[in-house]
Design a protein around this ligand. Structure first.
Ligand SMILES: Cc1ncc(COP(=O)(O)O)c(C=O)c1O
Length: 382
């Protein structure tokens, strides 16, 4: 019998049965009173959980659309923007902003490290930046940016709107908009929320909404906060057809989050991230590529030991029942990316580490069986 394949890439993540059931319901009219109530609840829950007095937007699209929505509503052509990049997804904001005619300055770190917050502060003092973008967890490097510290700095710059890309962080790494100084949080449904791909989720705090108002009519149509605010406040209204079944999926995800408690969810991710990273490094002999102090809890970028060929490793691992992603950019061919976020329990974690052990064994590293699992278990039962 073939092994069931666990999808342990850094998104999409496993979609639990109760969320699948919601997405599998018979689609109703978008004006259906039951759906309107559900959509309203989703918007209220997002604002409550991520703590903003501003607005929440849930529209059909992916994380990239959310990135675009974030920047389009707080800048106009010719504005200065600062992009802090810790990898591939930080860099994505550079092209996106340039295409919008923004003047972009970039602060980049070497992959696996972060841009020091002092450098960010220094740069903000040099020019009037209308926005700064920071990727909370860059999925290409497994690096987590010190968003709380950056938020404290940006709070002092009245004219600068802080946009945080939470696609690989939201619902796993702490993100409280108003108190942390995050003005726009952009994210998607397919990672730590554990819903299928297809929802662009954006939260905008008071500073960002004030900026949007001051811009008048903007060029973008589908992305315009002003078009969507009436719908998000009263989903009985229409602007674009809502992705009904995905919204039900998100509603169930938010129910799971509320049941777990967001603080507990953050703590669980921290524990799981550390345990998985210890099992991979100390148990099995891999190296996690991100610097120790800035490791994400949501995924690990894992460097192979000598003699392991990336494609062969991932093929055998898939036969053993676990799908992981390849490394990106300068990490390509040398590493794999393992997601450990969302609605996953101990079964997923133990099975994943055990499948990695079996893969290494099949590749000739014979003394690993049980070592990763025992390190993982010791950490998890603490
Ligand atoms: C940090 C980050 N930002 C943005 C994106 C883009 O999201 P999407 O692929 O949903 O468009 C991703 C995708 O993995 C991501 O990890």
């Amino acid at each position: 019998m073939k092994n069931k394949k666990l999808v342990m890439i850094p998104g999409p993540t496993p979609v639990t049965r109760s969320i699948q059931d919601q997405m599998g319901r018979e689609t109703v009219a978008h004006g259906d009173p039951g759906f309107v109530k559900d959509f309203k609840q989703v918007i209220e829950d997002l604002k409550d959980i991520f703590k903003t007095k501003g607005e929440a937007f849930v529209v059909a699209g992916t994380g990239t659309l959310a990135m675009e929505m974030g920047i389009a509503n707080v800048t106009k052509e010719g504005d200065n923007v600062l992009v802090v990049s810790h990898g591939h997804f930080g860099d994505r904001y550079v092209e996106l902003c340039e295409r919008k005619g923004l003047k972009v300055d970039v602060l980049s770190s070497e992959w696996g490290t972060i841009v020091p917050v002092e450098d960010i502060e220094k740069k903000l003092n040099e020019k009037n930046y209308k926005a700064i973008t920071v990727t909370h967890v860059d999925t290409s490097t497994g690096v987590c940016a010190p968003v709380a510290e950056i938020g404290e700095i940006v709070k002092r710059f009245e004219d600068t709107v802080l946009i945080v890309d939470g696609v690989c962080a939201t619902a796993a790494e702490p993100e409280y908009l108003d108190e942390m100084g995050i003005d726009v949080l952009i994210t998607g449904s397919q990672k730590a929320f554990g819903v299928a791909p297809g929802l662009a989720i954006v939260l905008a705090g008071p500073k960002a909404l004030k900026r949007r108002k001051s811009l008048g009519t903007i060029r973008d149509y589908y992305l315009d906060f002003e078009k969507w605010i009436p719908i998000m406040n009263d989903p009985a209204k229409y602007f674009g057809t809502p992705p009904i079944n995905l919204i039900w999926g998100l509603q169930e995800s938010l129910r799971i989050i509320k049941e777990e408690g967001i603080e507990n969810r953050y703590k669980r991710h921290e524990k799981v991230g550390k345990a998985m990273q210890k099992a991979l490094e100390e148990g099995l002999g891999f190296t996690v590529l991100a610097e120790k102090d800035y490791r994400a809890v949501t995924l690990s970028c894992v460097e192979y030991m000598d003699g392991i060929i990336d494609e062969e490793f991932r093929k055998i691992l898939a036969e053993e029942g676990v799908v992981v992603a390849g490394g990106l950019g300068s990490f390509a061919g040398k590493s794999f990316r393992l997601g450990h976020m969302g609605n996953i329990d101990t079964h997923y974690l133990v099975s994943t580490i055990s499948a990695i052990e079996r893969t290494l064994y099949r590749l000739g590293i014979k003394d690993v069986l049980g070592k990763g699992v025992s390190t993982l278990t010791e950490e998890l039962i603490k």
